[in-house]
Design a protein around this ligand. Structure first.
Ligand code: ATP
Ligand code: MG
Length: 552
């Protein structure tokens, strides 16, 4: 399925190349620096970059910074970092739309001279009213008959700061009766006395998106301007600008469906709101799907690329299960990540017949499925920690782990048999007593007798205590993403902080972004922000088990 749908943009490109419409392929990714990038943007980046690679073309990284109201340098920097991390190389191909303000202004003057644009004094409300609706046609703008000379003079005065914000606009002269509202004399320029992060106070008029965007593509020689479906109705206007400004390059726009994740907040606007309201801990809160958050959560760029590939490119909006993204990271880390033993909910196990208080070292493979990762030595001794749920006083049938009288294998170590246990006043188990069979070293049966359960453990006198954070969906899936007021229905359990987890000591050296499988639990990453040197704390990337099934 994905190959067929994926090919629709490629087929268009190949046709254009065959017919000589374009000699080469130039694509771009044009974010507005008004927030952090998210998983949907990753799709657009990898698509545009991938197409440029595939057809030996060029990929442009372009900041669409034509609206100073919400744009900030912080966002420019984060966007660059995210794109570099994803692996879309834009060396020598970094562009800022604001560098083209002069050229855009000149193109607007061309339109005025051709009688294709005019200055209007209607205010915003009047323009809306004159524009009409889907059912009713628009009304002619009373200023649309101004002479070319008058329009040139007024537009120049707009540029020179003679007019207040909102008092004058430059409109394209197209067709107030068009069934497509976007073609009813759209605004090309507005007056806005704003300081721009790049051009400072040089400009007090700024181009509107529908004019700026084709201009940016024309100026850079972009051939295929790939955008999302909501711009389909804007394509006639895009083509109108390309045709009327009389410039050499003639890019074309192709639309594809946005990536949506079910029960996940993807829109930049909505993520921003969560950040600003303090509902999450910044743009890189690991519960978000901003690229920075996914990175911090422990996702690899390979897993994201694979996910985007599996989603395919389509013309129809749909929503993808986040389980697919989780599937991709599990697949990626399965062979790559070392497997270590970590006990998140520890209870002590004492081996009463263990001869002394010394620590012995046992050999353990780093990844049973991938011998290339080698092995390590893990400490073992008389006192161990095991997970509380690996022991039951009164187990149900088919419980093969520890219970009084039962024998299990301690992973990579020995067979042990439970002899006794202690509890506190409330009946909570505080200590489990057992004996071990020294002949079962390495976890191998000495005489062919079988044990059904294998559990993991950590040496109590040589382990690393740290904090581990577990994440669940930020959204309360029962209630859906938004409530009636447009606020996100938050899952109260989206973050669980577990202090005093015990992990085998080898992980103490973990560097930020080092990833592990904690056996029988999940994949974890050393958090890049909250870890200190020699004191990593861990984020759970995904649990090992999932109910998600890959669609065929
Ligand atoms: P949002 O809808 O999240 O607010 P945006 O479209 O406003 O995002 P821009 O910075 O304008 O964000 O987008 C840059 C590029 O990324 C555009 O070409 C846009 O079409 C694309 N893009 C944005 N969201 C998605 C998505 N969910 N899936 C695929 N591409 C996307
Ligand atoms: Mg946008």
């Amino acid at each position: 399925m994905e190959n067929i749908s994926k090919n629709f943009i490629e087929r268009e490109i190949e046709k254009d190349l065959e017919e000589g419409v374009y000699k080469e392929v130039v694509t771009r990714f044009p974010p507005e620096p008004n927030g952090y990038l998210h998983i949907g943007h990753a799709k657009s980046i990898l698509l545009n970059y991938g197409l440029a690679q595939k057809y030996n073309g060029t990929f442009h990284m372009r900041f669409d910074d034509t609206n100073p109201t919400k744009e900030r340098v912080e966002f420019v920097d984060s966007i660059k970092e995210d794109i570099e991390w994803l692996g879309a190389d834009f060396t020598n191909q970094l562009y800022f739309a604001s560098d083209y303000f002069d050229k855009m202004y000149d193109a607007a003057v061309t339109l005025i001279k051709k009688g294709k644009a005019y200055v209007s004094d209607l205010n915003a409300d009047e323009i809306r009213e004159y524009r009409g609706t889907l059912e009713s046609p628009g009304k002619k703008d009373p200023y649309s008959d101004r002479s070319v000379e008058e329009n040139l003079k007024l537009f120049e005065e707009m540029k020179d700061g003679k007019y207040e914000d909102g008092t004058k606009v430059l409109r394209a002269k197209i067709d107030m009766n068009s069934p497509n509202i976007n073609m009813r004399d759209p605004i090309l320029y507005r007056v806005a006395h704003l300081t721009h992060h790049n051009t400072g106070d040089k400009w007090c008029i700024y181009p509107m998106y529908d004019f700026a965007h084709p201009m940016e593509d024309i100026i850079e020689g972009v051939t295929h301007s790939i955008c999302t479906l909501e711009f389909e109705d804007h394509r006639p206007l895009y083509d109108w600008v390309v045709k009327e400004v009389d410039l050499e390059n003639t890019p074309r726009q192709i639309e594809f469906a946005k990536l949506y994740l079910t029960n996940v907040v993807t829109g930049k606007r909505y993520i921003k709101k969560l950040v600003e309201e303090g509902k999450v801990d910044g743009w890189d809160d690991p519960r978000l799907v901003s690229i920075a958050a996914l990175r911090r959560r422990g996702y690899t760029k390979e897993s994201i690329a694979n996910f985007v590939e599996l989603c395919g490119v389509s013309k129809a909006n749909s929503s993808t299960d986040i389980g697919m993204l989780e599937y991709c990271i599990r697949e990626d880390l399965k062979m790559k990540a070392p497997r270590v033993m970590a006990v998140l909910d520890p209870v002590k196990l004492v081996i009463d017949n263990y001869p002394n208080d010394d620590i012995e070292y046992l050999d353990a493979p780093n990844n049973m499925e991938n011998p290339e990762l080698g092995s390590r030595q893990i400490p073992f001794g008389k006192e161990l920690y095991i997970n509380r749920d690996d022991f039951m006083i009164d187990p149900p049938k088919k419980y093969y782990r520890l219970f009084p009288g039962n024998e299990v294998r301690l992973m990579n170590a020995y067979f042990v048999t439970v002899t006794d246990y202690e509890t506190d006043n409330e009946g909570n188990v505080t200590l489990i007593h057992c004996t071990y069979d020294p002949a079962s070293k390495g976890g191998n049966s000495p005489d062919g007798r079988k044990v059904r359960g294998t559990i993991h453990w950590v040496c109590a006198n040589d382990c690393y205590k740290t904090t581990v954070r577990l994440y669940e969906n930020l959204v309360d899936e029962e209630k859906g993403v938004y409530d009636n007021d447009g606020n996100v229905n938050l899952n109260p359990n989206s973050l669980t902080v577990i202090k005093d987890c015990v992990i085998e000591p080898s992980v103490k050296d973990a560097k930020p972004y080092d990833r592990f499988q904690f056996v029988r639990s999940g994949f974890y990453v050393a958090d890049p922000k909250d870890s200190k040197d020699g004191q990593p704390i861990f984020n759970r990337i995904v649990p090992l088990k999932s109910s998600f099934k890959m669609p065929k």
